[in-house]
Design a protein around this ligand. Structure first.
Ligand code: ADP
Ligand code: MG
Ligand code: ZN
Length: 623
């Protein structure tokens, strides 16, 4: 937020000002220490005194090395008093030791420029800093003080040569069908006007990051061959109050002049967050004004003019309800993460211009990558191609893809030196995760376990669902918790103590257990209620009483503790397999699915518990 940064910089300037003044003054006027006459004579004898000035019996002078006074302050400037009864031959002593007598008074006034600099310098610095800040603020808002204030920075895409079409978007056919109507309308607005049909003014694209929302919006413009005005709502967040609103006004004016046209507001949640929620965090005038202006503009035109507003957001649940009212973004299109077939289609699009070796099977790659979205898959192809290029291959092989998948899912390998002790501990930790992944009914199959440090982690156990899953059973969630606690449980069983290595696991456990209780009604005590998604927003208002809050905490703890107990019990009763797995890991660093099964001798679990039938099967198998 601009204003916050502004004040911080200002405060820093002030502090710097005071600091600099202090340093400068103390440097120029280093203190004069008062020493006894005896120690003065000692200093002279020791050849440490360079010059003195005397006024009557008072002597001031300068030493080579700093001298200390009785209080411990040290300085190269000193003063002392020659007693009236002294009858030593001071003159002779001074000459013997080459002391300059009556040299320049050490406290002579400093030159005028120096005085001026030290007294006004910091203030000048402050003023300059202030000027810089205000200029920056002005240019952030409107391209310099003289710049066109509030001119929209929306880019105008070339309507003649639209670069992206629906052919570039794969795996989300139902969304394309929804947007086809928008395309048809933009192509022939007259047809719709004649029939008096209503076309949505605003279409909101909702979906996780990387699912292709921005791509879709551009493809709509490309298909319809109309100008595309795009702006990211996050651009307004830092702007000066009033700039956002005037940009929005300008954006709509331009688009209406160029109609038929598309206005695209990306990352709408950046400004469209519920104003009620924003108020609690202190509110932000700029966001509010920008949002109001968008609402005003959307109310102020008729969709038959040929302008359609598309917007994209990662989260529709936080949007201000005013945005979703009829006549605004009343058409909502959800962009799902692609399923297996969708992923294959997306891979195909992005490998269009990549030479693939005959062994490459995109369907199989799609099967191995549940959970990845369009942007991830594009990256995957890119990584594989880079890997192939690095090896000097003529085409990208399946092995290149396998490596790329591993890097994408596990993170890049990191070279750090671990002690044997640490390696063993990590091996046991990961073996704990992996073994429980095999033993607990309903858990995702363990694909790989490694103690090669990758990304942030010192070791990784990769579990990947058999296929896309849209619904999670309680058994599955418990299996996840038990598995996540397996690292900690193994360390406790083997070493009797736990380490910090389980932090990430515990974060995951807390999040899942909390959601089980708060969102999914999986705690009998709290009941079949949904208390909202606690997404960690600091100021989110609680929708329940203090007593319920306590109950929730208790239930979350109960579930986690039960799962930890399960984990420990299971590992204890399979200690031999745990040891075998850890030993194998220490020997070869990584084990794949087949090796894990071989070392432990465990048979792979039956299918996942995503469906009710599968859950029933698991329950039956247990009892
Ligand atoms: P979002 O706006 O939803 O975060 P983007 O549209 O920015 O996602 O997607 C980033 C990139 O990922 C796109 O430019 C495109 O290359 C690729 N991509 C994402 N989804 C798809 C898809 N469904 N089909 C083809 N490519 C996709
Ligand atoms: Mg985007
Ligand atoms: Zn772990």
């Amino acid at each position: 937020m601009r204003s916050a940064r502004f004040w911080i910089i200002l405060a820093v300037l002030f502090a710097a000002n005071i600091l600099i003044s202090n340093i400068l003054t103390s440097a120029v006027q280093s203190p004069t220490v008062t020493i006894s006459y005896n120690s003065f004579l000692d200093q002279v004898t020791a050849d440490n005194v360079t010059s003195i000035t005397s006024t009557g019996e008072a002597i001031t002078g300068v030493t080579k090395k700093a001298v200390k006074d009785s209080s411990g302050t040290s300085s190269t400037k000193f003063q002392t008093q020659r007693p009236a009864f002294a009858n030593d031959d001071l003159m002779k002593l001074l000459q013997e030791h080459n002391v300059v007598i009556n040299a320049k008074d050490p406290n002579a006034s400093t030159p005028l420029w120096e005085t001026l600099l030290f007294s006004f310098g910091p203030t000048i610095l402050l003023v300059l800093g202030f000027l810089y800040l205000s200029r920056r603020a002005a240019s952030a808002g409107a391209g310099g003080i003289l710049g066109s204030f509030g001119q929209s920075r929306a880019r105008l895409y070339d309507a003649e040569k639209p670069s992206v079409t629906f052919a570039d978007v794969a795996g989300i056919d139902e969304v394309k069908a929804d947007l086809q109507e928008v395309v048809d309308f933009l192509r022939e607005p007259q047809k719709y006007q004649r029939l008096g049909g209503t076309v949505p003014k605003g279409v909101l694209l909702i979906g996780a990051p990387g699912t292709g929302k921005t791509l879709l919006a551009r493809a709509v413009a490309g298909e319809a061959k109309v100008p595309f005005f795009s702006i990211a709502a996050s651009e307004f967040v830092e702007a000066i109050v009033g700039v956002g609103a005037s940009r929005v006004r300008d954006l709509f004016a331009k688009a209406r002049a160029a109609a038929p046209a598309i206005i695209f507001i990306d990352e709408l949640d950046a400004i469209g967050r519920s104003r009620a929620a924003a108020l609690r965090v202190g509110g932000n005038d700029e966001q509010e004004q920008t949002l109001n202006q968008i609402l005003t503009e959307m109310d102020g035109f008729d969709s038959r003019e040929g302008v359609i507003v598309l917007a994209a957001t990662n989260r529709a649940d936080v949007l201000d309800p005013a945005l979703l009212r009829p006549g605004r973004f009343d058409r909502r299109v959800t962009v799902q993460s692609p399923d297996r077939r969708g992923r294959a289609a997306i891979l195909k699009i992005h490998s269009r211009h990549v030479p693939l070796a005959p062994d490459v099977d995109l369907d199989q790659i799609a099967a191995q990558t549940p959970g990845l979205v369009g942007a991830d898959l594009r990256n995957l192809v890119n990584e594989a191609a880079l890997g192939a290029a690095r090896k000097g291959e003529a085409a990208v092989t399946m092995a290149d893809f396998a490596e790329a998948i591993e890097r994408t899912l596990l993170g890049t390998e990191r070279k750090i030196l671990l002690s044997d002790q640490d390696r063993e501990r990590i091996a046991y930790h990961e073996s704990g995760h992996a073994l429980l992944g095999l033993l607990v009914p309903g858990a995702d199959p363990v694909k790989k376990v490694t103690i090669i440090p990758r990304g942030q982690a010192l070791g990784v156990t990769l579990q990947s669902p058999i296929d896309d899953r849209f619904n999670y059973g309680e058994d599955y969630l418990r299996a996840r918790l038990v598995g996540a606690l397996g690292g900690r449980a193994a360390e406790k069983i083997v070493y009797g103590v736990v380490t910090t290595g389980a932090e990430n696991d515990l974060m995951q456990v807390t999040r899942i257990a909390q959601q089980m209780v708060v969102r999914w009604g999986m705690s009998p005590k709290v009941g079949p209620l949904n208390y909202g998604d606690n997404d960690g927003t600091a100021f989110q208002q609680r929708q329940y009483s203090e007593a319920t809050a306590q109950l929730i905490d208790e239930e979350v703890r109960r579930i986690s503790e039960e799962c930890l107990a399960d984990a420990e019990k299971l590992l204890q009763s399979h200690r031999a397999q745990l040891d075998a797995l850890a030993r194998a890991l220490l020997k070869s660093d990584s084990l794949d699915e087949a090796e894990i099964l071989e070392v432990t001798g465990v048979k792979p679990q039956p299918g996942p518990s995503g469906t009710l039938a599968a859950q029933e099967a698991v329950r039956a198998a247990r009892s």
